[in-house]
Design a protein around this ligand. Sequence first.
Ligand code: SF4
Length: 332
Amino acid sequence: MKPENVCYDIAMMKNNEPIIFDTADGQELRINMIGSWLKRHFGSKIVKLSLDGGFTCPNRDGSKGTGGCLFCSASGSGDMASDAADNITKALKDQIRLLSAKWPEARYMAYFQSHTNTYASVDVLRKTFDPVLDHPDVMGIAIATRPDCLPDDVLDYLGELNEKTFLWTELGLQTIHDETAKAMNLCHNRKDYDNAVQKLRSRGIRTVTHLILGLPGETPEMMRESLQYVCRSESCEPAIFGLKLHMLNVVRGSGLPERYPGYVPYGTMEEYIHQLIDLIEIIPPEITLHRISGDAPRQTLIAPEWSYKKRTILNSIHREMRLRNTWQGKAL
Ligand code: SF4
């Protein structure tokens, strides 16, 4: 097992030896999941705290577009986030109090997922993000945003944060295919993404890229192209630190049901799992996986109707990988 985020030995991959990333729960984990990676990195369990910074989105207020991305529900992309924009520090402490009763040894990552978390002045960003780092048990911070919402002064601030703490920035790319991006009303494109990754990399900031599988009009080959593009390496180092991959969820409150009535991204869970594993096999082992399934709330989910069963999906993916005797990066 290779414990850290460094280039995996090519000889090991050529010998076709399975890479086992973790065996903590008694099962072989053949995917470089971020939970295990963080545990190795920090030496203790790391729990993500979902915090809502109260930001809006430039794809809703007209500065980039209106109506939002077609798959995004009216409340934004972080439906599972805490509802505590007005008092982040209090929300943080409340969550830690509850979670520490269950996992006394745990430490935390503050996770700002809802809407566009760099869509504000640097002054506002400082007031939002800096206080969470005062808590002694918060080991780092994850900030999700759009690729076209990282002006230079914001990037400089993120660079500062990166010096002080463990930081990753999440970019909602979803697809490299500009025709799909247009159809989904993303109002950003591959060029914006390339620009953002290059600027984040030049400041040493980790990037986690979101891709959605099963967008209308996308073939398996197109999804593969998106994945290969974002996973490209530059001098033995993948351009990104992590990936979020998940099936499209059609939810109430989004524009999808009206624009694509009756659209179901994957007919069965098995179909999704098979395609996902084919993709995982071409992801370099150094890249951490932050999500491999959706987490749409059941109350608003329209399709695929099985996608709220996150635990079942995850267990099935890991079991299928063992059955296939495959692992992340096997097909590279
Ligand atoms: S997915 Fe993100 S960028 Fe798109 S509308 Fe929702 S909050 Fe805005």
